[in-house]
Unconditional design. Structure first.
Length: 253
């Protein structure tokens, strides 16, 4: 009986200290965080409230005072800007490396060819009407897509045929909804079950663009639950989920 009472007391104490974490997360993380969130709650008692969007837009919102506790960016640049402008409580911590893919709906005239040779051929023979990418002005995956298209000398030729999503999630919707014949999107979204059921994908050579190292910062120093989440994202449990969704680990020097 005494043991039972002590156990109840420990549970109540844990709940009393449970907190909430408001997270601004790159759209590429949606499916991974759907799995990480309940695991984090189970491990710590804290709960997550996550908003998804483009990293550039979140940077602007945080700069203007948006009350996010943690910023999970799709690159290192936007969180580093917050650090440089003294709007972050910690240095930038890299948590994963993303990959870019060509995503092609099953009924598309395009082939899921990561070399993009078929994309070039489709541009010439008229099979390609629209190609979806995220907006390079605010979305790191859009920036990398632009770098790829410049690398293979198709950027200029594709002007007028690009459908730009506000973030990588919207670009993925364009690529699978019929608004485009395909898109350059995040591997983490392409392998999500609801997307994989409708489309095929092929990896783009990572040498064709700058690395997609993704970083996070703590925005609000006074929230213990937020600190716990930043720590949890560096655990093996979180890394395993990220790996499941196609993210590569970031090797520490």
């Amino acid at each position: 009986m005494k043991t039972f009472v002590c156990l109840i007391a420990l549970i109540c104490a844990g709940l009393a200290h449970a907190g909430n974490v408001t997270v601004a997360a790159a759209a590429t993380l949606r499916h991974a965080l759907d799995e990480i969130s309940p695991r984090f709650t189970q491990a710590t008692g804290h709960t997550l409230k996550v908003a998804y969007g483009s990293s550039g837009n979140f940077y602007s919102q945080i700069k203007q005072g948006a009350p996010f506790d943690v910023f999970l960016s799709a690159d290192m640049v936007f969180p580093q800007k917050l650090v440089d402008e003294k709007l972050a409580a910690t240095p930038v911590v890299p948590y994963s490396e993303g990959r870019l893919v060509l995503l092609v709906p099953h009924q598309s005239a395009l082939k899921p060819d990561g070399s993009l040779k078929d994309l070039a051929a489709a541009l010439k023979d008229g099979r390609l009407n629209k190609l979806a990418i995220a907006n390079p002005a605010v979305a790191p995956y859009g920036m990398r897509a632009r770098e790829v298209l410049i690398q293979i000398k198709l950027w200029d030729a594709l002007q007028g045929k690009l459908v730009m999503g506000e973030n990588i999630g919207q670009a993925t919707q364009f690529a699978t909804s019929g608004a485009a014949q395909g898109g350059l999107v995040a591997l983490s979204l392409a392998i999500a079950p609801e997307v994989a059921a409708r489309a095929s994908h092929s990896l783009i050579p990572k040498e064709w663009h700058q690395p997609l190292i993704q970083g996070m910062v703590l925005c609000q120093a006074g929230n213990p639950a937020a600190k716990a989440f930043v720590q949890y994202m560096q655990t093996e449990a979180a890394r395993e989920v990220l790996k499941k969704y196609g993210y590569d680990p970031v090797l520490k020097p």
